[in-house]
Ligand binder design. Structure first.
Ligand code: NCD
Ligand code: ZN
Length: 327
């Protein structure tokens, strides 16, 4: 048995409507709280939307669960952000068109400064989808200078480089005190070879794409040991019709397997004692917040991951996992 205190998933896509009802219970089952991404259609850019979305999530979760809400980055006034501050954990910036529902994202990075200055002042963290628009394997590295520039221009602004995938991304944590990173389960487990090295696996396709073995090694090292790296699954469900299609949607639905598979990985790496830090303590330190109290228990018990949850194929479908969330 393993007991985790207030495990947190610091990056989730819970969607809307029927998909929200289907996926929210999976996140709520394993995690005390989760940071909810705002890339809905339309994106979450007003407090009315934040309130309405939060209510819908609480209703869909079906048990005590804390959604930590975010706003979709645009140019905001001080009054807007002052009103939002007590209700959101941060503002998520997407470069325009980089991933699912990011068409309304930022096209010109130079226009971010006035809003970032207000966020710094109000202590409102910036969450970044850190990819430029160059060659797909280099997009994260290409975007890092922008992150570094902002980190230096706004030294009190806490910046989270979401779903970090590269050696270079991890290295930025050591150069900038105010930069943190989330790490996904799937980027800890796979490389680009798993996605396209053999037959193409649409259910393993996500943004940012999985990278090289040396990148995965750096992510594992960070997950185990880096005080500024913490868990964010980036669970991102799409229906089978959108995944098994000529234009495959980016996103991996990992919520049902996230905690069991992470536990198995940490055990395999001889680091079970560091799981608590990765799935909760470091995130609380980064965001300077106290998590809602909840203990989540995992048992050593084999189970087979279902092939489908409704219209969605989960990550690790059909595989047997040796840890199970109980209760
Ligand atoms: C996410 C989604 O589907 O909303 N997709 C993904 O591949 N990760 C968006 C994102 O986080 O990039
Ligand atoms: Zn995401």
């Amino acid at each position: 048995m393993l007991t985790l205190h207030s495990p947190l998933d610091m990056h989730v896509h819970l969607r809307q409507g029927d998909m929200l009802s289907l996926v929210a219970p999976h996140t709520a089952r394993s995690f005390a709280a989760a940071v909810v991404m705002p890339n809905l259609t339309p994106p979450v850019t007003t407090m009315a939307q934040v309130r309405e979305y939060r209510q819908a999530i609480l209703q869909a979760a079906g048990r005590p669960f804390t959604p930590l809400m975010t706003l979709f980055f645009r140019e905001y006034s001080r009054a807007e952000l002052e009103e939002a501050r007590p209700h959101v954990i941060g503002v998520k910036l997407y470069p325009a068109g980089m991933t699912t529902n990011s068409e309304a994202g930022l096209a010109d990075m130079d226009r971010a400064a006035p809003t970032l200055e207000i966020m710094e002042d109000l202590g409102l963290p910036l969450l970044i989808h850190g990819e430029g628009c160059g060659f797909v394997m280099d997009r994260e590295a290409e975007f890092l200078p922008v992150v570094e520039r902002w980190a230096r221009a706004f030294p009190k602004l806490r910046i989270v480089l979401e779903h970090v995938t590269t050696v270079d991304g991890v290295a930025l944590l050591d150069r900038c005190d105010n930069v943190f990173a989330t790490v996904t389960l799937h980027h800890l487990l796979m490389t680009l070879d798993d996605v396209i090295g053999g037959l193409m696996r649409p259910h393993l396709f996500c943004k940012p794409v999985a990278k090289r073995p040396e990148d995965r090694a750096a992510l594992r090292e960070a997950a185990l040991n880096h005080p500024k790296a913490f868990f964010g699954s980036d669970t991102a469900p799409h229906p089978v019709s959108a995944k098994e299609a000529p234009g495959c949607a980016a996103g991996i639905f990992s919520a049902p397997v996230a905690l069991p598979a992470l536990t198995a990985l940490f055990e395999e790496l001889g680091a079970l004692d560091r799981l608590q830090a990765f799935v909760s303590d470091r995130a609380c330190a980064a965001y300077a917040f106290a998590p809602p109290e909840r203990e989540v228990v995992l048992e050593r018990r084999a189970w087979t991951v279902p092939e489908r949850f409704g219209p969605v194929v989960p990550y690790l479908a059909g595989q047997t996992l040796n840890w199970k969330v109980v209760g």
